[in-house]
Design a protein around this ligand. Structure first.
Ligand code: NAD
Length: 430
């Protein structure tokens, strides 16, 4: 059993804490957000992530999980400290390192014995060196080791991802420290790759950039398919059966969103430019993604005509299903653009409405998809929650002012929707 501190208990930090507590370790969770810590002390998880609440309640009750705003309660006794604070996008497009710096400055003064500090946040290449430098101002460099351990979990399935990761990436100057962190993960039986610090940091950016590239690639194919009369869903299926390609992240739609892809592609492009590289592909990936969202609204205009005074229904607001995370959600761009064009928006999301209301208070939030459909001039599917696949579509059609369905996630069968009397438009489908 190890003593572990986790700094920053957002999506990554809290899931990491729950996972290590479940493996029998004692975990101290530190966050500067007092409200969050107070909620967690009452076993309430401040965001929606399936399975986390149960784990937290169980391990807090067993005394393996503690929540605090005080570094001094956590750091001095820890064998391992995971930094899991946010690295949002700065105005320049670079990653904002303020919180990582703050965390390192708060850990430093309380280090009392040899401790391994592990950076799990997604950080620009070279940040490991920066954190090492900060900590060295407080303690002898022999008193700690810095390991980079980027996180690859996906919101919506974060708990299962944390327990069965595809790989554990560890980067360090001191290989023995990386091996100790590998031992901590041993019960997970996942492949481990040990590299130098900068390579580990880069693996995370390269992975996210590649996944974003696949999405932008298929969205570009969707646009071409639409013009040429091919069905991008079948194209993706046919491509995905090629083992060199694989089936994942090839769903055409309204583009990627969330707290990671957008900011990480942007941060990588920023780093590249700062080194006089020309990240053409990354620029194209971002441009295609931005366009996928706006093109969806242009398509709506093309079908419905002038949007002013029209009522548009939107189903799904979170950036993807099974999360309430609204960070960089395509729905924000789409809904805001409809409003700019004079349209009114009614919307429903199974869990993200309270969060959505913070950014888009002008939307009429409805209790059910059927309330959204009532009187709508068009219905848009923006996030593919499973419950939208099971709707009584005949009832939806009857409730609408006109049965126009824009399926931004291709969850319905075009022929079936047309049979039901909808004017149906998917993405990249003839
Ligand atoms: P988040 O915003 O949900 O949580 C960050 C937490 O850190 C917040 O609770 C905040 O209060 C806390 N914090 C900020 N400064 C602090 C400080 N000095 N001391 C203590 N706590 C502090 O962020 P997240 O989504 O969990 O992401 C964290 C990191 O992990 C980011 O770098 C992100 O890119 C990366 N990541 C996220 C995901 C994901 O799906 N969310 C997946 C992989 C990697």
């Amino acid at each position: 059993m190890a003593k572990i501190s986790v700094i920053g208990v957002g999506y990554v930090g809290l899931v990491t804490s729950a996972c290590f507590a479940d493996l029998g370790n004692e975990v101290y969770c530190v966050d500067i957000d007092e409200r969050k810590v107070e909620m967690l002390r009452q076993n309430k998880v401040p965001f929606f992530e399936p399975g986390v609440e149960e784990l937290i309640a169980r391990h807090a009750a067993a005394g393996r999980l503690h929540f605090t705003t005080h570094y001094e309660e956590a750091v001095p006794n820890s064998d391992f400290i995971f930094i899991c604070v946010g690295t949002p996008m700065a105005d320049t497009g670079a990653a904002e390192l303020r919180y990582v710096r703050m965390a390192a400055e708060s850990i430093g003064p309380h280090l009392q014995k040899y401790t391994i500090i592990i950076n799990k946040s997604t950080v620009p290449i070279g940040t490991g060196d920066m954190v090492t430098e900060i900590l060295s101002q407080y303690t002898d460099p022999g008193n700690f080791a810095l390991v980079s351990n980027p996180e690859f979990l996906r919101e919506g399935s974060a708990v299962s991802d944390a327990f069965s990761p595809d790989r554990i990436v560890l980067g360090a100057v001191d290989r023995a420290a990386a091996e100790k962190v590998a031992e901590l993960h041993a019960p997970l039986n996942a492949p481990v790759i040990i590299t130098d610090l900068r390579t580990a940091e880069m693996i995370k950016y390269a992975s996210n950039a590649f996944l974003a590239t696949r999405i932008s690639f298929i969205n570009e194919m969707a646009q071409i398919c639409e013009r040429l009369g091919a069905d991008v869903r079948e194209v993706a299926r046919g491509m995905g059966m090629d083992r060199r390609i694989g089936p994942h992240m090839l769903n055409a739609g309204v583009g990627y969103g969330g707290s990671c892809f957008g900011k990480d592609v942007s941060a990588l492009a920023y780093m590249a430019e700062a080194q006089d590289c020309h990240p053409q592909l990354l620029q194209a990936v971002m441009e295609i993604n931005e366009d996928a969202r706006l093109r969806f609204v242009r398509k709506l205009e093309g079908i419905v005509g002038d949007l002013s005074g029209r009522t548009i229904g939107v189903l799904g607001l979170s950036f993807k299903p099974n999360t309430d995370d609204m960070r960089d959600a395509p729905s924000i761009v789409i809904v805001t653009r409809i409003r700019e064009l004079g349209g009114g928006v009614k919307a429903y999301d199974p869990v993200a409405m309270p969060r959505a209301e913070e950014t888009m208070p002008w939307v009429t939030y409805c209790a059910t998809p059927y309330d959204v459909a009532k009187g709508a001039d068009a219905l848009l599917i923006v996030a593919e929650w499973n419950e939208f696949r099971q709707l009584d579509m005949a009832r939806i059609r009857d409730l609408m002012h006109q049965p126009v369905l824009l399926d931004g996630r291709n969850i319905y069968e075009p022929a079936e929707m047309r049979r039901l009397g909808f004017h149906y438009y998917g993405v990249g489908r003839p």
